[in-house]
Design a protein around this ligand. Structure first.
Ligand SMILES: Cc1cn([C@H]2C[C@H](O)[C@@H](COP(=O)(O)OP(=O)(O)O[C@H]3O[C@@H](C)[C@H](O)[C@@H](O)[C@H]3O)O2)c(=O)[nH]c1=O
Length: 365
């Protein structure tokens, strides 16, 4: 059998936000087109937000070489794939698991990204399942002993000016053209310390904050109350590929979760991560692990702690002014990110590592 034409099923359950579908959609598109890829998604409405070409009413459709199927509880007749990727332990239906027996050569549970050191020990560990097919934990990560990171889908397709011209409102485009402001791309959770962000910008004469609808909904009211001069540019949610381009044209990327966080590494611009909050503040452990992995300088550690803990406004304002909004300090940050991006790009990427592991499994089966 030619392994390069194998079938791949990716299962995605949308828990909340856009990270689950964001990662799965990126992954589905990152495999070579010789493979037959099906992406099973339980919530097509959320999917449609980051991919407007998708019709949320269709049970089956083809988009960019990927077959997309609505995953709902009433499907009972399955044809299992050669390679099955269960994203984030989303629990495959029992009837699908039965169909895997004798057909599926490799079953992976794609885990959430973490830079914590224990990940290396758990990556590719098997667990025997009732259907007899071994399931392997597949951990993305920042080292050679993990599954690596998903890459950007595309390079810049337009010049920054042309891209922004289509993205911004007429007033926003005119402001950008005339003032050439500092461009902030803002994507964060609702508890982000936005007041500190706006106050830290007081001495930055021209600044544009690009923010998608429903993100930081209180920003305009806050800006009004603080008499902020920042130009807030509210945009619709944009397709994932345009979001990548936004990451590349912005001067500073405030990103969150998992997918925008990973992609911001490739954009190689100053980036400030708002990490998905977890019980017992475990996210702070994850944050520290990432800061260790990237060998972050002390000021960058402080900045991330302050942005995520939201406890010390004045200290955060000082750090933002000293490192993000000061032009020469930002160049230092920019150089740091460029070096990091270069270093990470030497690691094998996630989809290639999945395929390499699949080929090993298939040869053994
Ligand atoms: C703002 C914006 C984002 N996006 C995309 C980028 C990403 O693919 C996706 C956002 O995903 P993330 O960056 O991961 O952030 P998120 O907060 O939406 O997702 C989170 O969901 C939780 C359930 C997970 O546990 C978290 O780890 C995290 O993945 O949306 C667009 O396509 N257009 C936009 O306008």
């Amino acid at each position: 059998m030619n392994l390069k034409t194998s079938t791949i099923d990716i299962f995605c359950r949308v828990i909340d936000n856009f990270g689950d579908i964001g990662v799965c959609w990126r992954l589905a598109q990152s495999f070579p087109t010789s493979y037959q890829i099906r992406l099973w998604v339980d919530d097509l409405k959320s999917f449609n937000k980051i991919e407007p070409e998708l019709n949320p009413k269709l049970a089956q459709q083809f988009l960019k070489t990927v077959e997309i199927r609505h995953w709902h509880p009433h499907i009972d007749c399955w044809q299992a794939a050669d390679l099955v990727i269960e994203a984030f332990a989303c629990d495959l239906p029992t009837s699908y698991q039965e169909a895997m027996n004798g057909k599926t050569r490799c079953w992976l549970n794609l885990e959430y990204l973490s830079a914590e050191p224990w990940v290396e020990g758990y990556h590719l560990q098997p667990s025997i399942q009732p259907n007899g097919v071994p399931k392997y934990f597949f951990f993305p990560g920042f080292s050679e002993k993990t599954g690596g990171l998903l890459r950007l889908q595309q390079g810049l397709k337009d010049s920054a000016a042309a891209f922004l011209n289509t993205l911004l409102s007429p007033a926003g485009a005119a402001y950008y053209e005339e003032k050439k402001p500092l461009l902030i791309n803002l994507f964060c959770y609702p508890h982000a310390p936005l007041e500190a962000l706006l106050r830290a910008l007081t001495n930055t004469p021209e600044v544009m904050i690009i923010v998608a609808e429903s993100v930081a909904p209180q920003l305009e009211t806050l800006a009004k109350r603080l008499n902020s001069q920042a130009h807030i540019e509210r945009i619709d949610f944009i397709v994932q590929r345009d979001y990548e381009q936004l990451l590349q044209v912005a001067d500073i990327n405030f990103i969150r979760g998992e997918d925008s966080f990973v992609q911001a590494h490739w954009a190689a611009k100053p980036m400030l991560w708002h990490i998905y909050p977890q019980a017992e503040a475990h996210h702070m452990v994850k944050l520290e692990a990432w800061l260790d992995t990237i060998q972050a300088p002390e000021w960058l550690r402080q900045l991330h702690r302050l942005w995520n803990q939201n406890l010390a406004q004045e200290a955060l304002i000082q750090q933002l002014q000293g490192h993000a909004f000061d032009n020469s300090a930002r160049l230092v940050w920019q150089d740091f990110q460029a070096a990091l991006s270069k270093r990470l790009s030497l690691l094998p990427d996630l989809s290639q590592q999945i395929l390499n592991f699949y080929e090993d499994c298939a040869k053994k089966s």
